[in-house]
Design a protein around this ligand. Structure first.
Ligand code: SF4
Length: 333
């Protein structure tokens, strides 16, 4: 097996605020191989963005504290890297695309210049050559090179996000973290941007961590999936494992709350209740107050990790090594 691009082991992150300690990540494990697109799926507040920021060593400190765990980016220990070393890794080893493209673009600089800066810095080339390269990558993300001399406000939302993706790719990162990259876009543009990302992924063989709450996006673009709840991965597997061999009740709930286009008479069944307050997480399995399958043990003991195959596991008291392989206790409708 290829050496992983990203390896996160038992990551525990807290935000220590005046109102209490927010337990953002509670022992998160995640491994991504070269060229793999990994979906990190869950509701708002589950710890998805904290995971992305942790990889870049950008968790605001204070109030954020990495209490435990290790993050290796292309074999380098992120926690032990100093700011200068991290600056060398950001953009080269890893880039992040945020939901709102305006947070990443400089409003008073033309887009070609913003992309060219990355090339000048990373490849140590002169401005003219960097500008030429910025035109090439603009074309690659579907923007005519001639528009490079325009400013961000002259572009639509979808076009701006394409520019951000071009900037992220200009450093030729080994890992691209995309945090809800299409959420702010309307559905048609969303599909176009996703198509483009898929194409670029094939072209560059960049590994990607796709942070999203949208299982449709996961189905479209991901090879592997991690379902995150209250700062911990509760189910992880490949696309077929997660979509056709669902085990965790929370994953099941995410599927049931999706509209079924094939059967429009079927009612949506949202997961009952809300995400727990991360400064006051329920004991045992943190999903137990919302779970239709909860048993006595669920509020008392943390569920163990049980593997169905080498790469598909879940953390839920419903399963043990024998019954998880039998087709599972939980059946999807
Ligand atoms: Fe539900 Fe219990 Fe499984 Fe948690 S451990 S998901 S509460 S059945």
């Amino acid at each position: 097996m290829d050496k992983p691009i990203l390896e996160i082991k038992n990551l525990v992150v807290e935000y220590r605020t005046e109102d209490g300690v927010v337990q953002a990540l509670n022992g998160l494990d995640l491994t991504i191989s070269p060229g793999e697109t990994h979906g990190l799926v869950g509701e708002t507040g589950a710890g998805k963005t904290t995971t992305g920021l942790g990889i870049l060593k950008l968790i605001p400190d204070p109030p954020g504290v990495v209490v435990d765990g290790e993050i290796y980016l292309d074999g380098k220990n992120v926690q032990e890297s100093n700011e200068k070393e991290m600056e060398g890794m950001r953009g080269y080893d890893v880039s992040m695309i945020f939901q709102d493209p305006m947070t990443s673009l400089n409003p008073v600089m033309t887009v070609e210049k913003q992309i060219a800066e990355v090339y000048e810095l990373h490849e140590n080339i002169k401005e003219a050559e960097a500008l030429k390269k910025s035109h090439e990558i603009l074309e690659l993300v579907g923007i005519p090179a001639a528009r490079g001399s325009e400013y961000p406000h002259q572009f639509s939302g979808g076009m701006k996000q394409r520019v951000v993706i071009a900037i992220a790719l200009a450093g030729n990162p080994k890992l691209l973290i995309a945090d809800e990259p299409t959420t702010a876009l309307d559905v048609t543009i969303q599909a176009q941007v996703l198509d483009m990302m898929k194409h670029l992924k094939e072209e560059y063989n960049t590994a990607m961590l796709m942070i999203t709450h949208d299982l449709g996006i996961v189905a479209e673009i991901c090879d592997k999936v991690s379902v995150i709840y209250a700062g911990r991965i509760v189910e992880q597997g490949n696309l077929v494992d997660i979509f056709d061999n669902t085990r965790h009740p929370y994953t099941e709930g995410l599927f049931n709350s999706l509209p079924n286009l094939a059967d429009r008479t079927q009612k949506l069944k949202p997961i009952k209740g809300l995400m727990p307050d991360p400064s006051d997480l329920p004991t045992g399995c943190p999903f137990h107050p919302r779970c239709d399958y909860a048993m006595d043990i669920c509020s008392k003991e943390k569920p163990p990790r049980v593997f169905r195959t080498e790469e598909h596991y879940t953390e839920c008291h419903l399963y043990n090594e024998a019954n998880i392989k039998e087709g599972g206790v939980i059946k999807r409708d």
